[in-house]
Each structure stands twice: as C-alpha cells, then as structure tokens.
Design a protein around this ligand. Structure first.
Ligand SMILES: [Zn+2]
Length: 330
C-alpha cells in the first residue's frame, strides 16, 4: 500500500467515511491531506494534538516525518492514546517542489475569506475550519490542546532547531511548561513573538486555545534529500505524545528570546548592511550597523543581540529582519 503522503501527492485522498482499525482506533480522512486518529475509549483521549507540515511546499523533511507517523498509526505499531489530527498544508506546492504557488500560505491565516482569494488563502481557510472542528469535537472533560506546525528554514541557523511561539491573546501569557517540554524534541530556543503575524500557529493559539508553536527544524531540502536533518528526537517525542505520555524535562535547556526590534523596509532604498545570507541567531556585537533606509539607520544598541530572518528582498512595509535578545518567558 502506498503511504498517505504518496496517495495525497497523487491526488488520491478525498473525504472518506470513518473506519475502525482492529486495535480500536478510529481513522478518518477529513479532506485532501487531512487525517484524524482517535482512540475508541474516551478515557484514553488525554490530549488533543495537531501536527501540521508542508505549509511551505519546499520544506519536505517534516512532511516525511509526519508520513512515517501516519504509516505507523495505520499499520498499528503506534497506538494512539490521544486524539491526533495530521495536516499536510500546501499540497500543490509540495507537488511542484516550490515554497508556494501564489502567496506565502503562512501569511494567509486569521483573516476573513474573500472572493478574490488565491489557492493558499482558500486552503488556509479550509484548514482553519478543520482545526476548529477537531477541537470542538473532543467532548468529555477538557484536555490539553497542542499544535505543532513543522517547518524547515531557508536560512542556515546557528541554533539548528527553534520554535516561534505566537503572541498570546490579551490577558494570557506565554506557555512556559510547553516551551520547556520542546527541549525533549531537540528544540533549543524559542522566539516569543511580539506582534500578531497571520500564521497557522497564531490561529490555533488565538481561536482554538491551543498551545501552539511554529517549529523550524533545519534546512529546507527536496523530498528524499533530508538525511542532513536529524528529526529523531522530535519523532520519538511526537510518538510518545501520541501514545498518551506527557514527558516532562527535569530542567529546561530551552533558551527564550524576545524580539527587541523589527527592521521594517520603508522604501526601495532599503539596504541590509550585514550579510543577507547570515545564519539565523548570528550574534550582533554592540554598535554594529545593520541596515539603512534613506535617513534611517539601524545600529545594534542591545546587549547580546542576534539577527533572525534577515531578508532585504521583501516588499516595502514588510519585515526585513528581527533583532532578538534573550529573555525569560512569562
Ligand atoms: Zn516554512
């Protein structure tokens, strides 16, 4: 039998009726690239977990990881003791091996659908509906809700695996326990967002009350060329969550960073004064000129600053980089 991913890429997954595996697990394909697993016994539903991947179609390592987990669940070597929803995000872009077809899909969430929406915006609206439905159908006592949106980065990174924690809803705080737990998945830094970017993880955080993270796992490579991306710790960790474990680290090795400043491109004259190929989390010594835009100059005045996502080729008004500094979540 072909894997779920192979079937999806071949256009052969569509909404299907739920069925029950011999071990009692309920399986249902809810949409193209969207599959849900549920333990039969309500007592065994201790966690509602969403794992998404492929929101950017050129980031294939996490898609292969998700496909392995789905295969293990379908053949019964993994037996869920949590409700799990897997989402393969931008299927057409995955087929073409490109980041996106019309627009960056991870900027199309948390918005009102419009008749002029392109393929990414329409798919994002559909996925939002699937998440709302998944969390609403839990029934029984409330259980923890987690969403990991798995990515790989365009840039290299001095910190190979890091996560972005969306800005909490007003009155809420960053989730310290879940930040610490990510250390078990091989993640060593978490960037706390200062502004609400319209990402998939912001949606599940804001509208589904999930503890949500965008997880960056190393370099983006084509299918079959991800040997350099070591996802073993993450795979073990997700397998444990699916089997109902809630592993807790003895101490947290995860370093939290906050955004000190956003570098916004204000005009076509914008110039980045550091290497735009600089790895994420490259240290920026005090006094370093970072960028200039007409009269405006950005110079490092923070202690222990680092650069994240440097990119001068964005549209005017968009973010050309972030200056981040270590912090304590809370
Ligand atoms: Zn991505």
């Amino acid at each position: 039998m072909n894997s779920f991913l192979a079937e999806t890429l071949a256009g052969r997954t569509a909404i299907a009726l739920p069925y029950c595996q011999a071990n009692g697990t309920h399986v249902q394909v809810l949409d193209e690239g969207v599959i849900r697993f549920e333990p039969r016994e309500p007592d065994a539903r201790g966690l509602d977990l969403v794992v998404s991947c492929g929101v950017h179609g050129n980031e294939t390592a996490p898609v292969e990881l998700v496909d392995r987990l789905i295969s293990a669940l379908l053949c019964g070597t993994l037996r869920p003791r949590a409700r799990v929803l897997f989402v393969i995000g931008n299927i057409e872009a995955l087929r073409r091996g490109v980041r996106f077809v019309a627009e960056d899909m991870n900027r199309q969430f948390c918005r009102v659908p419009d008749v002029g929406d392109g393929p990414e915006a329409r798919r994002a609206a559909m996925l939002e509906m699937q998440l709302v439905r998944f969390f609403a159908q839990a029934g029984g006592e409330p259980v923890p809700r987690i969403h990991y949106d798995l990515h790989t980065a365009i840039h290299g990174s001095l910190i190979e695996k890091f996560a972005i924690h969306p800005q909490p809803a007003p009155g809420k705080e960053f989730d310290r326990a879940e930040i610490a737990r990510l250390g078990l998945a091989g993640v060593s830094a978490v960037l706390l967002q200062s502004a609400a970017a319209p990402t998939f993880s912001l949606f599940s955080s804001r509208y589904c009350q999930a503890s949500a993270f965008t997880v960056e796992l190393g370099r983006a490579m084509p299918f079959g060329q991800n040997q350099g991306v070591d996802l073993e710790a993450l795979e073990d960790y997700l397998g444990a969550l699916i089997e109902g474990e809630r592993p807790s680290p003895a101490s947290s090795d995860v370093v939290a960073y906050r955004v000190s400043r956003e570098i916004i491109k204000q005009s076509p004259a914008f110039r980045l004064l550091i290497d735009d190929q600089a790895d994420n989390f490259t240290p920026l010594p005090h006094g370093t000129p970072i960028a200039e835009d007409g009269e405006t100059r950005w110079v490092v005045d923070e202690h222990d600053a680092r650069i994240v996502f440097p990119n001068p080729d964005v549209a005017v008004g968009q973010r050309a980089g972030l200056i981040v500094v270590p912090t304590t979540p809370g």
